[in-house]
Design a protein around this ligand. Structure first.
Ligand code: PLP
Length: 370
C-alpha cells in the first residue's frame, strides 16, 4: 500500500506513540487532582503545553488544548458573537469547519462575507479591505489550503485587519508541522491546529489565543484549560501531539526538501509521458501537495483505479470524498469544469519514498493512457 493522502490524516509517529503509552496504561491519574499520583500527569500536561507553544513562538498560557481542528475553528468563529458584532469575514476556500461554523451562526443573525480568491487560490486583498466595517467581529483566513496547498500571505492580511481593530484568526491545520509557523510573525490573534495532520494522534488539537484577546469559554463545565474548555483532558493525546509537533518542526527542512524531490519525480514522469494536466495552487504551496487536474477524466475513477493498485489519494478534501461535485475550492479558483472534474489530490508525507513517487506516477500514466 502506498499512502499518499497525508492531507487527510497522517501516520502516528513512533516516538509520539511511545510517549503516549504510559498515559494510556499506568499513569492514568487525572491531571487536575492534587495527590502525588497525579503529579506526573500534571507535569506532562505542562511540558506538552510548553513544547507546543515553543514550536509556534507562543507562550504556554496562549495554548488551549481542544479535540482538533474542527473544534478550534468552531471556537474561533463563534467567539464573541453578539447583535452588535455580527459579521465575520472569511474566504471562499476555507475548510467546512469554518464555512459551516459561519453558516450555523447565520441562522442566528450573523452575516458572513466570503472573500473571492484568484486562480491560484490567493485571497483578493481589495475585497478584504472593502469587507470590514464596525460590525465585523473577526476575519478568518486559512494559512494553507487543504485541497490545493496554497499558502496565504497571512502577515499582510493580519496587518490590514488590525488597522481596523478587528481580530484575526487563521486555520493553520494544514500548515503546522509542515511549514514554519511563528504566531508573532504572522500577527494573528487566534490560530487553529490539529495533531493528526502532523503525525500526532487524532482527536486532539489546540487553539492559540494571543494574550489579551477576548475569549469566551467554549465548553462549560470544570476548570480545565483555564475555565475555557471544560472536560477531563486527553492527556495521552496531548503528550503525543507535543512530541509529534516538536519532531516535525525539528526535521522540517529535511522533510521539505525530500517532499519537493518526490513532487518533481511525479511531475517529471507525467510530463515525460506526455500527460496533459493542470497543477492547482500557487507557487507558494505546502510541500508534498499535488492537486492535479486531468482534462476529460473523472477524479472518482482515477481514485478508484489507483486504489486497485494499492495507492491512496483523494479527489478533494477527505470531508468531501462522498461528493462527486466540483469542490468549492476548485469552483472558487474558476478551474475549467473539464479539468475540475478530473482532479485528484496527492498529498505526500514524510514516510513516502522515491519508489512511492515513481509508482504513483507510472500507475497514473497507465490509467490515463488506457
Ligand atoms: N481545517 C483544515 C484546513 C483541515 O484540512 C481540516 C481537516 O481536514 C480541519 C480544519 C479539521 O481538522 P480535524 O480533522 O482535526 O477536525
Amino acid at each position: 500500500m502506498i499512502y499518499a493522502d497525508n492531507a487527510a490524516t497522517t501516520k502516528l509517529d513512533e516516538d509520539a506513540l511511545k510517549a503516549m503509552l504510559p498515559y494510556l496504561t499506568n499513569e492514568y491519574a487525572n491531571a487536575s487532582q492534587p495527590y502525588t499520583f497525579a503529579r506526573k500527569a500534571k507535569k506532562a500536561m505542562k511540558e506538552a503545553r510548553e513544547t507546543v507553544a515553543k514550536c509556534i513562538n507562543a507562550k504556554p498560557n496562549e495554548i488551549l488544548f481542544t479535540s482538533g481542528g474542527t473544534e478550534s475553528d468552531n471556537w474561533a468563529i463563534k467567539n464573541g458573537f453578539s447583535e452588535e458584532k455580527n459579521e465575520v469575514v472569511t474566504s471562499q476556500i476555507e475548510h467546512h469547519a469554518i464555512l459551516n461554523s459561519c453558516s450555523s451562526l447565520e441562522r442566528l443573525g450573523n452575516k458572513t462575507i466570503y472573500l473571492p480568491v484568484d486562480k491560484d487560490g490567493v485571497v483578493d486583498i481589495l475585497s478584504l479591505k472593502k469587507s470590514m466595517n464596525d460590525r465585523t467581529r473577526l476575519v478568518s483566513i486559512m494559512l494553507a489550503n487543504n485541497e490545493i496547498g496554497t499558502i496565504e500571505p497571512i502577515e499582510i492580511y493580519s496587518e490590514m485587519v488590525h488597522k481596523q481593530h478587528i481580530l484575526f484568526h487563521t486555520d493553520a491545520v494544514q500548515a503546522i508541522g509542515h511549514i514554519p509557523v511563528d504566531v508573532k510573525q504572522l500577527g494573528v490573534d487566534l490560530l487553529s491546529a490539529s495533531s493528526h495532520k502532523f503525525n500526532g494522534p487524532r482527536g486532539v488539537g489546540f487553539l492559540y489565543v494571543k494574550e489579551g484577546t477576548p475569549l469566551e469559554p467554549f465548553i462549560n463545565g470544570g476548570a480545565q484549560e483555564s475555565h475555557m474548555r471544560a472536560g477531563t483532558e486527553n492527556l495521552a493525546g496531548i503528550v503525543g501531539m507535543a512530541v509529534a509537533l516538536e519532531k516535525n518542526v525539528a526535521y522540517m527542512a529535511e522533510n521539505t526538501s525530500k517532499l519537493k524531490k518526490l513532487e518533481e519525480i511525479i511531475l517529471y514522469i507525467l510530463n515525460d509521458k506526455k500527460i496533459t494536466f493542470v497543477r492547482n495552487g500557487s507557487q507558494y504551496r505546502l510541500p508534498g501537495n499535488l492537486s492535479l487536474s486531468f482534462k476529460g477524466k473523472e477524479g472518482e475513477m482515477l481514485l478508484h483505479r489507483l486504489d486497485i493498485k494499492g495507492i491512496c489519494v483523494s479527489t478533494g478534501s477527505a470531508c468531501d470524498s462522498q461528493n462527486t461535485q466540483i469542490s468549492h475550492v476548485l469552483k472558487a479558483i474558476h478551474l475549467d469544469e473539464q479539468f475540475a472534474l478530473g482532479t485528484i489530490r496527492i498529498s505526500l508525507g514524510k514516510n513516502n519514498t522515491e519508489d512511492d513517487a515513481k509508482q504513483i506516477a507510472y500507475s497514473l500514466v497507465n490509467i490515463l493512457k488506457k
